[in-house]
Write a protein that binds this ligand. Sequence first.
Ligand code: FES
Length: 112
Amino acid sequence: MPQIVVLPHETLCPEGAVFDAATGTTVCDALLAQDIEIEHACEKSCACTTCHVVVREGFDSLNEAEEREEDLLDMAWGLEATSRLSCQAVIGTEDLVVEIPKYTINHARENH
Ligand code: FES
């Protein structure tokens, strides 16, 4: 099973995390299964951006993003070239390093 490394996130996982996840699971579900409570405001239906993650390693091993995901990502806080909506990103066979951005669009609206 691929190994997922989650970089430290101030509130969601201050120490970071390392765990194995099954191929075919979404990154969002894999995080939630580890009690890393990433936001998923639209219940994983590709209709918000709160589950945004940046994939630091292993990006190419994920399924390809569909147009709707790309459109939504354009609105995500802290968008990068290897950004994905974690509820749409399906884990392949390679290890991943994932970073959860500091803010979601919800926080960004509140704080800025
Ligand atoms: S949970 Fe809304 S797009 Fe992923």
